[in-house]
Design a protein around this ligand. Sequence first.
Ligand code: DX5
Ligand code: ZN
Length: 230
Amino acid sequence: MATIIAPSILSANFVHLADEVKRVVEAGAEYVHVDVMDGSFVPEITIGAGVVKCLRKETDAVLDVHLMVEHPETQLESFAKAGADIITFHVEATRHPHRVIQKIHELGCKAGVALNPGTSLSAVEELVEDADMILIMTVNPGYGGQKFIESMLGKIHMLYHMIEEMETNCDIEVDGGINAQTSVDVREAGANVLVAGSAIYGAADVAKAIKDIRGNEIVHHHDDEEDYDE
Ligand code: DX5
Ligand code: ZN
């Protein structure tokens, strides 16, 4: 599966957001990752639906909205109307994750389900069939520029096999600490949508940073399980 690169605008200069988005899309990024924080599910407050509405007018790229908010069900309509293409919510933030997926689909968007590092894959086992994407957080959500948590590689690989065994289609997105080095490991483990904030916006040459994170296409073999602690 071809790798999709999703620069996180959390690391962009918010004063020049339209230009910052165009810069990464022109450099080859397929998605634009929008980190929405509510000051409750995570400590900081970032971007609301109003900003997504403005960005929608500036770009045709896929707007990949990552809701780090409590009660995500209350926010779906405004982000869908604002022009989000993918809405990802945290499984820890709602009692009815399956209903949230249904609602996102009714609103005409793709549905993603995110898991914090401390949340077991079992939390999404019953959702994989209906979700379009599972987001494995490779840092604890809340801030850009944190260190990649190595032990998430086994989780990514387990999810990859879960999806294969179910014979369903579901993207595996990773978010947090992704750079040219960690990208190799997550792609080998089975991730195909890579979010990167500081590694892209912090780079002198954005196009090179995106190319380096994308790397060479990886062919998955069925006998590679022993590489991971599962
Ligand atoms: C973290 C956000 C990420 C963040 C990634 O809470 O969800 O999208 O921007 O930043 P880096 O790539 O710098 O770890
Ligand atoms: Zn994110």
